[in-house]
Design a protein around this ligand. Structure first.
Ligand code: NAD
Length: 315
């Protein structure tokens, strides 16, 4: 990244992906101010050298303090679970839609912010008929309230930024894996499988397990944020994945092999809201951002399993 930005406001920087982005920014010599309400994020995730404002994006005072004097906003704070988003549709809409409008409004009012990068998801897309990669022109027809909230946040980003003459970019992240993800039964199939297998619990796979996902390493995602920040493009939306499909059954097989267990997974009915096929065509991010993922899932899963194993289960 060129040294275009001096101080960046990073929402969600105490979370899984945000903390990797914070470290990457600091390594590039950028000052980082994090706004995070620590709902799923953790204080320990905040790297030394980053400033933390423990507050909510919906609190105008906290939002104003967070963006004050910053020249860019990277917005990652969100309520992230797809499966529970039917039950928590109101809370998800507040955090992901109203929260995005609130932090962008604060950034516009600050007067110093020139560029806004926000975080969307493959959950905005209509289900694909096959595991062939889909590009950004694929129909957006979310099948979960979470996906609806992310689509609204994308549109708010570009619409509000354009009217205020700020630059914008939206990153549609695919399944992100790697060290530092808090264990929750709802988010992150890799973290869930590793924790359940390490605890000797039965692993549940929803549906036949042949649903395909695009697993992208969190360090590649962090790099994509830096590229999106430094890019000259504006008003663009990018898929961030690898272009490669892996079935949930294959994920289970690889992790079980790493942990030396032959225990079969238990299959139960598929749940509403989850796509059958979700694989990214990343040609646009390659072309306009110079994005090029350096991790393949099959090659990096062994190291990742060792990194995310709960401390008590490491040999
Ligand atoms: N993990 C994935 O596979 C994935 C895939 C697609 C998109 N995303 C998006 O990436 C972003 C980061 O997700 P993550 O996986 O790191 O999840 P995460 O839960 O670890 O991070 C979200 C962070 O936002 C904070 N937060 C939540 N609501 C807030 C609020 N109202 N005010 C201030 N802070 C708040 C949380 O405390 C947490 O630190 C999210 O926008 C998510 O929708 C993640």
């Amino acid at each position: 990244m060129g040294v275009r930005y001096r101080r960046v406001c990073l929402t969600g920087g105490a979370g899984f992906i945000g903390s990797h982005v914070a470290r990457a920014l600091l390594a590039g010599g950028v000052e980082v101010r994090i706004l995070d309400n620590l709902s799923t994020g953790r204080r320990e995730n905040v790297p030394p050298g980053a400033e933390l404002i423990a507050g909510d994006i919906l609190d105008p005072g906290a939002a104003d303090r967070a963006v004050d004097g910053c020249d860019a906003l990277l917005h990652l704070a969100a309520r992230v679970a797809i499966r529970s988003s039917f039950e928590f549709a109101v809370e998800d809409t507040m955090a992901n839609v109203v929260g995005t409008a609130a932090i962008i409004r604060a950034a516009i009012r600050a007067g110093s912010v020139r560029r806004i990068v926000t975080t969307s998801s493959m959950a905005v897309y209509a289900d694909a008929p096959t595991a062939e990669p889909i590009d950004e022109t694929h129909a957006v027809e979310p099948i979960s309230p979470y996906g609806v909230s992310k689509l609204a946040s994308e549109r708010l980003t570009h619409t509000m930024a354009r009217a205020a003459k700020l630059e914008s970019a939206v990153l549609r992240l695919f399944n992100t894996y790697g060290p530092g993800q808090a264990f929750s039964p709802y988010v992150g199939v890799v973290t869930i499988f590793v924790n359940q297998l390490a605890a000797g619990e039965k692993v549940i796979i929803y549906g036949d397990g042949e649903q395909a996902r695009d697993f992208v390493h969190v360090s590649d995602v962090a790099r994509a944020f830096l590229l999106a920040l430094g890019s000259d493009s504006s008003g663009e939306t990018f898929n961030i994945g690898t272009g490669r499909a892996t079935s949930v059954n294959r994920v289970y097989e690889l992790i079980a092999a790493q942990l030396g267990t032959g225990q079969p997974a238990v299959h139960v009915d598929a749940v509403p809201g989850e796509l059958r096929y979700s694989v990214a065509d990343i040609a646009k991010a390659r072309r306009l951002l110079g994005y090029s993922p350096s991790h393949s899932f099959e090659e990096s899963i062994g190291e990742v399993v060792r990194e995310i194993l709960p401390a008590g289960s490491r040999e």
